[in-house]
Ligand binder design. Structure first.
Ligand code: F0G
Length: 424
């Protein structure tokens, strides 16, 4: 096996099936306009050899080996020079047991993989390192995205790292200040538009049609390749024993698609005997996939006007819905939605285990609880939640949604504090 692994890849259209596609600027198929995905040459894989090699790279060494994404570079499209990868040492995120949340949900084996502990605080970094590395090798000076906040923070950081410029379009007043502050810190050009995320996406397409820019939204198939390495990393953490279920929140639906692609490829290539069911959870007010799945078995999707306090997943017209449907079908996953109150309760429960996450991430626990109640997940089955964003991404949420009552200031004396303790 060459050091750079499988690597021989091409882009295939998920709609018309055309292979070796030269993508349009919006990453869609020039023939039919559907999304593209990376496809690898089938061949013999030395799974045990690669597992040992990946483990070996966990020792401190070269930047590319310290990255939890590039450590698995045999699963990724090749760079001309792997050492030129634009990396902030993303990946390598912990897998936490959630014993109390599990007991409350009636699940005996519940874990959370915390992708919010990536360098900019969300799972986006695992994909961005691949997309931005590709952009830099391709000599693309400008990167661009529309975002509910995390993609922009991540893009801006990796662009800065690579010495590239970046343009961010965000819906005005609808993303958290923490995320906006990151993009500004990293030097992106930020435009707040008077519209929602879906409107930002439409404007961005019009911009890149007139001004060549490298689009890093998740239509970019290279991003999904990076994000899929979380599947390999999770399996490695579980000694290559796949869990029964992986549960992720869904917005633009790229992350669940990427994880599913990762699990299915690793099964096909002999790394695991079976893939977990990948389930997708949306907020009730932003649930186009759930409706599509319920009403049309995923054959068509009607966009919705999205509304949820979990701003990261406030998306009504998800780009990757067809890929997500395929993952649901091929892994036997479930798709359901949860209320604002269920998300808030789940976020508190995760917090009580000492783990901070974004509201959107907590939707995964809310969904797992609901699936367990409905009997779709059996008590003895192993479940891994994907926590997508860091708790500090949305510090106002706890106050606004209740559950974090800050008492008014009291007199500066031990007596006053002791009286407060009595009430605790
Ligand atoms: N969780 C968080 C914290 C997110 O930021 C996102 C997406 C998702 C879940 C959903 O992932 O879109 O792949 O289904 N945030 C995007 C952004 C859209 O612009 O930051 P998805």
């Amino acid at each position: 096996m060459p050091d750079q692994g499988a690597a021989a890849h091409r882009l295939r259209c998920i709609g018309c099936g055309a292979g070796a596609v030269q993508p349009r600027a919006d990453w869609r198929c020039p023939a039919c306009g559907d999304l593209l995905e990376v496809e690898y040459a089938e061949g013999a894989w030395d799974a045990p050899g690669l597992k040992a090699r990946w483990r070996g790279r966990r020792a401190p060494g070269e930047a590319q080996d310290e990255s939890g994404v590039w450590r698995f570079r045999e699963l990724l499209p090749v760079l001309r020079d792997a050492r030129a990868a634009v990396t902030l040492r993303e990946g390598n995120t912990p897998l936490y047991a959630l014993a109390r949340c599990g007991r409350e949900a009636g699940l005996e084996r519940l874990w959370a993989k915390h992708q919010g502990l990536n360098p900019t605080g969300s799972f986006k970094d695992t994909g961005m390192t691949v997309a931005v590395s590709q952009a830099r090798e391709g000599g693309r000076p400008w990167l661009a995205c529309a975002s509910t906040g995390n993609t922009s923070a991540s893009m801006a950081a990796y662009a800065a790292r690579a010495g590239l410029r970046s343009l961010v379009l965000v819906p005005a007043g609808k993303i958290t200040w923490s995320k906006l502050a990151q993009a500004l810190d990293y030097g992106a050009t930020v435009c707040q538009l008077e519209t929602d995320f879906d409107g930002c996406m439409r404007v961005l397409h019009a911009v890149i049609a007139r001004q060549p820019m490298y689009l890093v939204n998740s239509m970019n198939p290279y991003r999904l390749e990076g994000q899929k390495t979380a599947a390999a990393e999770l399996l490695e953490q579980l000694d290559w024993q796949a869990p029964d279920h992986v549960v992720a929140p869904g917005g633009n639906l790229a992350n669940a698609s990427a994880l599913g692609k990762g699990f299915l490829e690793l099964r096909r290539w002999g790394f695991i005997a079976r893939a977990p069911r990948v389930s997708i959870i949306q907020a009730e007010g932003a649930n186009p996939l759930v409706r599509s799945w319920r009403e049309h078995q995923g054959r068509e999707l009607t966009p919705v006007a999205a509304e949820t306090r979990a701003s990261a997943i406030r998306i009504g017209h998800p780009a990757s819905w067809k890929k997500a449907v395929r993952v649901l079908r091929e892994t036997g996953g479930h798709c359901t939605d949860v209320s604002e109150a269920e998300i808030a309760a789940a976020k508190r429960a995760i917090g009580r285990e000492g783990i901070g996450c974004e509201p959107a991430s907590a939707a995964a626990l809310a969904g797992a609880r609901k699936l367990a109640r409905a009997g779709a997940i059996a008590p003895g089955e192993s479940v891994v939640l994907i926590l997508t964003g860091h708790g500090l991404k949305d510090p106002d949420y706890a106050r606004e949604m209740g559950g974090a009552e800050l008492a008014p200031p009291i007199e500066a004396s031990a007596e006053a504090v002791l009286r407060a303790l009595e009430r605790a």
